[in-house]
Design a protein around this ligand. Structure first.
Ligand SMILES: [Ca+2]
Length: 175
């Protein structure tokens, strides 16, 4: 990704940095800074800004408002976003939508570069397998943290793929 940006003379900036450049400060704290899983501008088969787990595939089946999902087999890493910037200090919300199988469990670990300063775990469990369900959790970003790594893993061992979509990390949550 970095190599590609240099080759194409595209400065490497986060979405939020671009928002500042394009619209001036202050940025809207409620903007989702999590990379879009449907965007692959450099054509390497992986969404720009995140790394897929080795068994995870991108599929077109998605809930309303989204165009792609991650299809994740049992007990596998879905994806990881390293050193995500553009995040707001204070109250944030991490959310995603997922569908089946019932009992499907997803765990997200959110850490600062120094994991001792901030390590948060969020666990979401699918109650029914047939419908998209939305899950959300609050995350406090300490004042000294400016980037975080988000590692999303599936924790159950059911055979069917679990679909994950509409992943969001945004500020503006109550503190
Ligand atoms: Ca890509």
């Amino acid at each position: 990704m970095l190599k590609w940006c240099r080759a194409n003379d595209i400065p490497v900036r986060t979405y939020s940095e671009w928002a500042e450049i394009l619209y001036g400060r202050p940025t809207d704290p409620t903007v989702n800074v999590f990379p879009d899983i449907a965007t692959d501008l450099n054509g390497d088969g992986s969404p720009d800004g995140l790394s897929l787990g080795s068994e995870t595939r991108i599929v077109e089946e998605a809930p309303e408002g989204s165009t792609a999902s991650l299809a994740v087999p049992g007990n596998c890493q879905a994806c990881i976003v390293r050193d995500l910037g553009g995040i707001e200090k204070g109250g944030n919300t991490f959310s995603l939508r997922m569908r089946g199988p019932a009992g499907g469990k997803v765990q997200a670990r959110l850490t600062s570069r120094d994991a001792k300063i901030m390590t948060e775990w969020l666990t979401f469990e699918q109650a029914v397998g047939t419908a998209w369900q939305t899950f959300a959790g609050d995350v406090m970003i300490p004042a000294k943290v400016s980037t975080i790594t988000i590692d999303i893993r599936r924790r159950d061992r059911a055979e069917a793929d679990l679909l994950i979509s509409s992943i969001s990390f945004a500020g503006g949550a109550s503190e």
